[in-house]
Design a protein around this ligand. Sequence first.
Ligand code: CTP
Ligand code: MG
Length: 232
Amino acid sequence: MSHSIKFWAVVPAAGVGKRMNADRPKQYLELAGKTVIEHTLLRLLNADVFAAIAVAISEEDPYWPELEVSAHEKIITASGGKERADSVLSALKSIRAIASDTDWVLVHDAARPCITATDIQHLIASLVNDEVGGILALSSHDTLKNVQGDSIVGTLDRRHIWRALTPQMFRYDLLRNALETAEGNQAITDEASALELQGLQPKIVEGRPDNIKITRPEDLALAQFYMEHQHD
Ligand code: CTP
Ligand code: MG
């Protein structure tokens, strides 16, 4: 008897938000009446596709247990790691007993609170029959320069350059193996790069430009603007 494929979400939320320069990690800053991470998780829950959501939280995090969403029946708390990839691997291990090797995992940054159900559905519909999986990404509108010091040494062919967003969607076993193999490698800044290191070629799925990552202080106002104008 074959079981039906499930979808799991993994949310790395164990960063300190250094570039945000705030009094607490950026996922706990307020945005339109809720913390950033509450927006992110409520949107994933409301998308109504995930069997559960594993969230990687730092051991020293006093904010997480205070949030109502941390006790939601579909939320599983895992411990965070030193780098983002360590946090993702830890969250994957926390669902090891309940996820099947061929189930799909969508990894989504806690710091991307403007994620929409349309983007999640678009990613899943585009990749569900793919061998490897892939990521939401954005093409670049600007001309891109290759620079050494403060001098331009070339212009990149924009058609071949995309900006990696999240969610990034891969099979459970493939993703876990790739992250385990790449453990400690500083060049692994997203899930796709771990799979690329295995010689695999993840797919690109064009995402919405409003799916921004809160990185610097000015991003909060931009996220609020997008939220006020999102209707789907
Ligand atoms: N993250 C994580 N574990 C880490 C580092 C980052 O779970 N050891 C998470 C962050 O919480 C965030 C996502 O990965 O949701 C994307 O990382 P980034 O935007 O770089 O967040 P921070 O590392 O917190 O920010 P900064 O790099 O400015 O310190
Ligand atoms: Mg970081």
